[in-house]
Design a protein around this ligand. Structure first.
Ligand SMILES: *Cc1c(COP(=O)(O)O)cnc(C)c1O
Length: 413
């Protein structure tokens, strides 16, 4: 059973002030989860989580994570600017971009962010546009398939990211010759993993590569970045990852591979997005229409422009009809938004309690890659974002777009 982090009474109060639809975030849940992550990696003195800004680019959310000891992971100019405006200092910013425009390297260097290079050819590009820093990281792509105990998790050989193994060696040598003093290694090999083995398996691969690179190039490797990819259970029957077990699994690989190689000073870092925020946000929407044709439809006041994952990936997002949690799920609905796109459906053939117009629906697990993937198709406007604070009160942390925002970039001659 998935339970919303907000009650119907609280929602009634919040919606009296802020009309639906909006994304609601759970400050308490965010903080507790961040503390648990730090507990899981407390064995590693240099540990740092760089929150993947793209997952939830909201200043209030970033500042909460900052208070919990996190930095930011950016991959665009505006994400760098946002981190800067939120007061993240240079070394608290990781810049893990790809196909990178020159101006982004320039800003990353200006802010003192740690640059994580995506490609061998970016060495010369960076040298030419912004200069080579003393600390740098390179993103590794092992190619082929990535498997955990014979189960294929993802297909790095098909992914556009990173250096090949051979390029890692050549790249480290070249960067060293260009004056780099300290190195990091990064890889992101599988997304939304529901497995306590993902990070430990990835760590095993990266630690081994680190030992080899040190031998081959004499590079001083100071950090290993396990990036994102630790997932969340979107479906009610999926088990949640156990972050303490994950941290312990990484520690074992560290003791097994790095410590014997004299690399016991290496810091672990992460760039989690989904795991940090996903479950601690939901999309609150009101049922506005019911339609009876060949199927039963419930129309709501949110649409795919507010949450693209179901339309884009066929992703499951659990839905709670507020106040009807104990009623039987004996109605089969498609829950739809208003876009002129038939994939604008938050749920298809979903068994739910009977929904009446005016019912409040909570669409779960939208805290990461939810609002952030919003767009303006059909002239639909992005919603507000509201924070449910630890004391139970609600605070607007981003206003809803207005038609003026929509028209702001248009040129009427
Ligand atoms: C998207 C992304 C992340 C975060 O991924 P999650 O699946 O949200 O954990 C981290 N690092 C990089 C480079 C990314 O592109």
């Amino acid at each position: 059973m998935k339970k919303p982090f907000v009650t119907l009474d609280q929602l009634k109060e919040i919606t009296a002030q802020y009309p639906t639809p909006f994304h609601l975030y759970d400050e308490k849940g965010i903080r507790e989860n961040a503390r648990k992550l730090h507990q899981a990696f407390a064995w590693n003195p240099g540990f740092k989580e760089y929150f993947a800004v793209k997952a939830t680019p909201n200043p209030t959310i970033l500042k909460i994570l900052q208070e919990e000891g996190c930095g930011t992971d950016c991959s665009s100019l505006t994400e760098l600017m946002l981190s800067d405006r939120c007061g993240f200092a240079g070394k608290d910013i990781m810049f893990s971009s790809n196909d990178t425009p020159a101006e982004e390297f320039v800003l990353a260097r200006k802010l003192g962010a740690t640059i994580n290079l995506d490609d061998f050819t970016h060495i010369d590009f960076l040298k030419d546009v912004a200069g080579i820093p003393e600390v740098i990281s390179c993103r590794y792509n092992p190619g082929g398939h990535f498997a955990i105990s014979n189960e294929i998790m993802d297909n790095p050989g098909d992914a556009k990211y990173g250096f090949t193994r051979q390029q890692m060696t050549e790249g480290f040598k070249k960067l060293k010759a260009l004056g780099v003093k300290q190195f990091g290694i990064h890889a992101f090999l599988a997304s939304n993993t529901i497995s306590n083995e993902y990070y430990p398996t990835l760590a095993g691969i990266l630690f081994q590569v680190a030992v080899e690179l040190k031998e081959e190039t004499g590079a001083d490797i100071r950090f290993i970045n396990l990036s994102g990819g630790v997932g969340i259970p979107y479906r009610p029957d999926q088990p949640a990852n156990d972050i303490l077990a994950i941290g312990e699994g990484v520690r074992r690989k560290y003791e097994e591979i790095l410590v014997p190689a004299g690399m016991g000073n290496v810091a672990i870092c992460t760039e989690l997005g989904r795991f940090m925020l996903g479950p601690y946000g939901c999309l609150v929407t009101t049922a506005t229409h019911e339609k009876h044709i060949y199927k039963e439809y419930i129309g709501v006041d949110a649409c795919a422009a507010n949450l693209m994952r179901p339309a884009m990936y066929g992703a499951y997002h659990h839905i709670t009809v507020m106040g009807k949690e104990d009623q039987p799920c004996d109605h089969k609905y498609d829950v739809t938004g208003a876009l002129c796109e038939n994939n604008d459906k938050f749920a298809i053939d979903r068994m739910l309690p009977k929904i009446d117009r005016g019912d409040l629906l909570v669409i779960h697990d939208t805290g990461a890659h939810g609002y952030a993937m919003g767009y303006n198709y059909n002239g639909r406007l992005r919603s507000a974002e509201v924070l449910l604070q630890e004391d139970g009160s609600a605070k607007l942390i981003r206003r809803a777009e207005t038609p003026d925002d929509y028209f702001a970039t248009m040129i009427f001659d």
